[in-house]
Design a protein around this ligand. Structure first.
Ligand SMILES: [Zn+2]
Length: 163
């Protein structure tokens, strides 16, 4: 268990595509989940936000996401499906650029298919906050950042200017 450094915007590693995990990776992935949890809680204590983190953000290039809203959720090799035509426009944030907000669009609802930590293949229908969050974190696994999805040239704001 350890608080790890979160890779910050400007580091090209954030644009790297993560590899699929295998069942043999599970013991190591469980340790990484602990690190993702500790890292996110420390970030939340410092910055006051943060509900999801992707393994590549701490330099682990495996397709795994950790989410903690009310309780912990782990998604291994997640695949999004059934993306709604209906989009929502939001100010998105990211632990890799905590001072910056980006205006972008996400699908209102979607489904995520994934392995859990017992290597069971699962499916979850998503809406609202969880839908946005999974789309954001799955993008990290493909090396796509919220800044790349900005709706236009005015889509950026410093957090201090929004409060
Ligand atoms: Zn992010």
């Amino acid at each position: 268990m350890a608080v790890r450094d979160i890779i910050q915007l400007g580091n090209p590693q954030l644009y790297r595509r993560a590899e699929s995990a295998t069942e043999e990776d599970l013991p190591r992935l469980r340790e990484i989940v602990d690190d993702l949890h500790d890292t996110m809680m420390e970030f939340r204590r410092k910055f006051g936000f943060g509900q999801g983190i992707a393994a590549p953000q701490i330099g682990v290039f495996k397709r795994m996401i950790y989410i903690h809203i009310d309780s912990p959720l782990v998604f291994i090799n997640p695949v999004l499906d059934d993306r709604s035509d209906e989009m929502i426009e939001i100010w998105d944030n990211c632990m890799s650029f905590p001072d910056l907000l980006v205006r972008l669009r996400r699908h209102k609802t979607c489904t995520v298919n994934y392995y859990d930590l017992d290597w069971q293949w699962r499916s979850m229908a998503l809406e609202g906050e969880l839908s946005e969050l999974l789309q954001h974190e799955c993008d990290h696994l493909d090396g796509i950042l919220a800044v790349s999805r900005a709706i236009d040239g005015h889509a950026f704001a410093l957090r201090t200017q929004m409060q």
